[in-house]
Design a protein around this ligand. Structure first.
Ligand SMILES: [Zn+2]
Length: 288
């Protein structure tokens, strides 16, 4: 029951990673739930996918500059979900007409590369890594597959369900959730209460946090009940310019001290009213 895919047709799409993923989904047709990414790679001239002890890398694509064929290496210490993401990531290095190997025998990608987001940087390696990540999430969690998780008030419970149904990590699901949800959200990833990194939706205000900084008081989430409730938190714990902003936060405790926190900025009629009142008050004060 081998999967049959047309690599030539993908070549016609150009270099945009999201468009390559969409073209691949057109070929996969009614694929629902978890995308069979190992089979997809194998159907596109990846000869071998090997799981190995990789000291400092999360994955690699061993290939030539022409990329007639290739092999993918995966870090054996990574979870299956992370390995699936890495296969998708390496697949873009293989398919993109503009990617250039940054090592003599192909592409070697670190854990940091797997969360690289800077698409517009001058560093070729980082730009290629960011593109591979765009492709990976578009392939594993296309917008058409995740709509039902984006309905209703933001909640990490939906992230957990989305991760499980698509067989991706909760971390990747949270990043995708923040990116695609219509509300003003951020996901903060931490270990032992120190910030690892965060992802913000486009209109999210500047966070008063940096890498390695201590997290503000964590809201909910415990060993007995890993998923806390979404509850109101003081904006000045989290934001550089907190004035007039109401916020909620929810934390999911994970294994080995890892946690993720979903932040939500509450915007609504109330906030606008406050703004108008403030302006009116200032105006009245100055005019009297
Ligand atoms: Zn890479």
């Amino acid at each position: 029951m081998g999967l049959s895919l047309d690599r030539m047709a993908l070549d016609d799409v150009g270099a945009n990673p999201a468009r390559i993923a969409a073209a691949l989904h057109d070929q996969l047709k009614n694929c629902e739930g978890a995308v069979p990414v190992f089979e997809v790679a194998t159907a596109l001239d990846i000869m071998e996918i090997r799981i190995e002890a990789l000291a400092t890398f999360e994955g690699a694509l061993v290939t030539t500059a022409e990329r007639g064929e290739g092999s993918i290496l995966l870090n054996k210490n990574a979870s299956r979900q992370r390995q699936r993401f890495t296969v998708a990531h390496e697949l873009l290095h293989f398919l993109s007409p503009i990617h250039r190997p940054t090592f003599a025998n192909g592409f070697w990608c670190s854990r940091a590369d797997m969360v690289e987001r800077r698409l517009d940087g001058h560093d070729l390696h980082k730009r290629q890594e960011a593109e591979a990540n765009v492709f990976a999430i578009e392939l594993l969690a296309p917008r058409s597959h995740i709509k039902s998780y984006l309905r209703g008030a933001p909640n990490l419970g939906a992230v957990v369900e989305m991760a499980s149904s698509l067989d991706i990590s909760k971390e990747a699901a949270a990043r995708r959730y923040v990116e695609c949800h219509g509300e003003t959200l951020a996901a903060v990833f931490s270990r032992n209460r120190r910030v690892l990194y965060f992802d913000l939706s486009r209109d999210f205000p500047r966070l008063a946090l940096g890498k390695e900084m201590s997290l503000p008081r964590l809201c909910g989430g415990s060993d007995e009940r890993p998923l806390g409730a979404m509850e109101e938190v003081p904006a000045d714990d989290w934001l550089s310019t907190p004035s007039g902003i109401a916020m909620e936060a929810q934390t999911l405790q994970q294994q080995n001290g890892y946690a993720m926190t979903l932040l939500r900025v509450l915007v609504g009629d109330d906030d606008e009213d406050v703004g108008i009142d403030d302006a009116y008050e200032r105006f009245s004060r100055w005019s009297s």
